[in-house]
Ligand binder design. Structure first.
Ligand SMILES: Nc1ncnc2c1ncn2[C@@H]1O[C@H](COP(=O)(O)OP(=O)(O)O)[C@@H](O)[C@H]1O
Ligand SMILES: [Mg+2]
Length: 522
């Protein structure tokens, strides 16, 4: 169900993972380097100015063990940082925390939660230091039937051209008649792929040529038009795993990791004369690594040789084949943003009801995208717990860095009960009718967004800038240059999105100064 189990079996293993000896193409930062970044210092200063007990609590993450954390230096904060795992996790995540000085706990008082999504009600107890690795309700994306429903609702509301990336999908049993009509309209020739509504790893998936007889009446499954002209490389089909990090839905902030994976079928596709041969053979048609690794002689080879490549290697190959990868991956970014837009109103409704603090939730998604022979990207599914297993050196190289960059970007902060008690309540920001009106006018375009910035706006804009500056190999795709074109695609215009987009589009030299914290009270 979009939840690809991680390597839960290795929970008990000692973490001997190391990145040493692995070729690093991504920048490699030491903790000291991260701390030297102006954005890191700004983040620390901003949080401290709000009365938060940050100090030494705001830790840098890195690929090497931070020796300064063990034991704590004289005068350094003694409060520990804790992570809690409930569900599956991976070495690359646990090691990133341990290197930064976190300890694992099975109790409360944790700073970072990893694993299963919390129940909606469980969010209510979160304090502002806690971060949870899911937003409430992302199964709207992670379950295949929900994804299809949400995308089709989005297309109904914003027009068919608003989302050109999902293969035509039927949710059975309700859509059976429509499916059969589609098949007949295509001269009873097209292939369909039948999937359980909530499953993973290629389990229960099959291809059918005669849906009228091959799919039982009353079957409770999802059926999609099969993309039968995939782009082939060395005669084999592949799909791409794109890592997407969302740090906020209001305002929407979306990052795509520069590196990712291409997963290949272990057998050749054999498409001839527009016909697909051997459609019952999973190893030709399904790109799931978990299926193909069982095929004989699949071991790690050099990047670009086996059944799993890095995306950078794939891009090189595309270029060598005469395809410019840049526009292809721009369309992939567009696919990512539009997919998230199809659920942002629902997730924000849950956030409003259950989540007490703006920074409580984040989520790493695994978007699976296939290219057809015209290089059009198709969304296959969204995984809400993408596997971060590091079976191959290639996985280690990519996923260790992914974990470190993700946590640096998020800015995980320590928790101190005393600090919480001692500290003054932060001033309520921007409350009141006048401010509501101001926000509404900005959201509806009746007031220029940057003309009357408040302290709360300043805090938000600084938070976003810091996050972006600490993003490592994550690239922000929303908001980003040109992303104001997405604003009409939101279910309702949010003030925060308009504000952040305006900030993003305005050259630095023309931006108004931000009000200093506490300025409003003086
Ligand atoms: N509409 C489609 N057209 C072509 N290939 C598809 C299509 N849908 C899925 N596939 C192939 O089948 C694999 C498994 O499908 P997916 O929806 O990802 O299910 P699972 O959750 O089991 O991984 C994909 O990785 C892809 O290779
Ligand atoms: Mg899949």
């Amino acid at each position: 169900m979009g939840e690809e189990d991680e390597d839960s079996s290795d929970l008990a293993t000692t973490d001997t993972d190391s990145t040493s000896g692995v070729e690093m193409r991504l920048p490699h930062l030491e903790s000291e380097d991260v701390e030297q970044l102006p954005a890191f210092a700004q983040r620390r200063a901003r949080l401290a100015a709000q009365g938060r007990d940050v100090g030494a609590h705001l830790v840098p993450f890195s690929l090497s063990y931070d020796r300064r954390r063990d034991p704590p230096r004289e005068g350094e904060c003694q409060h520990k940082l804790f992570f809690k795992i409930d569900g599956a996790s991976s070495n690359c995540v646990r090691n990133a925390w341990r290197r930064a000085g976190f300890e694992r706990t099975s109790k409360g008082g944790w700073n970072l939660w990893w694993g299963r999504p919390l129940k909606f009600q469980e969010h209510k107890k979160l304090n502002e230091y806690q971060k949870v690795c899911h937003f409430p309700g992302t199964y709207y994306l992670g379950r295949k039937d929900n994804l299809a429903r949400n995308v089709s609702k989005f297309r109904r509301s914003k027009g068919p051209s608003s989302y050109p990336y999902l293969p035509v999908t039927y949710i059975l049993p309700d859509d059976r008649a429509r499916l059969l009509q589609d098949w007949r309209d295509r001269g009873e020739k097209g292939l369909y792929i039948v999937k359980p509504k909530a499953s993973a790893r290629g389990q229960g998936i099959r291809l059918v040529a005669k849906p009228d007889v091959e799919i039982k009446k009353g079957a409770n499954v999802l059926v999609q038009r099969y993309i039968d002209d995939p782009l082939l490389i060395d005669g084999r089909k592949f799909d791409m795993r794109v890592y997407v990090l969302v740090t906020s839905f209001d305002p929407l902030r979306v990052y795509v990791f520069k590196e990712g994976l291409a997963r290949f079928c272990s057998q050749e596709y054999h498409g001839e004369n527009g016909k697909v041969g051997g459609y019952k053979s999973k190893l030709r048609h399904l790109t799931n690594y978990s299926l193909n690794k069982k095929s004989a002689a699949v071991e790690e080879e050099g990047d670009g040789e086996g059944i799993k490549w890095s995306l950078s290697h794939l891009k090189e190959r595309l270029a060598a084949m005469g395809h410019d990868p840049a526009p292809v991956f721009e369309r992939v970014d567009d696919l990512v943003v539009r997919t998230l837009l199809s659920v942002e109103d629902k997730i924000n409704a849950n956030m409003g009801m259950y989540v007490p603090h703006r920074g409580n939730c984040f989520e790493l998604f695994g978007f699976d995208v296939m290219l057809d022979s015209a290089l059009h990207p198709w969304l296959i599914e969204v995984n809400t717990s993408p596997s971060l297993a590091t079976e191959w050196q290639l996985d280690k190289r990519i996923k260790n860095q992914l974990a470190v960059d993700m946590f640096n970007l998020l800015g995980v902060c320590g928790y101190s009960r005393q600090g919480m008690r001692a500290r003054e309540e932060p001033p309520k920001k921007d409350a009141g009718f006048a401010d509501k009106l101001r926000r509404q006018e900005i959201a509806t375009g009746r007031r220029p967004p940057l003309a009357s910035l408040t302290e709360g706006d300043a805090d938000l804009l600084m938070e976003c800038d810091e996050e972006q500056a600490l993003a490592g190999s994550f690239v922000r795709v929303f908001p980003a240059p040109g992303s104001e074109r997405y604003l009409p695609l939101f279910a309702s215009q949010r003030y925060s999105n308009v504000l952040l987009n305006a900030w993003q589009q305005t050259p630095r030299s023309q931006r108004p100064p931000l009000p200093a914290p506490g300025a409003g009270k003086r």
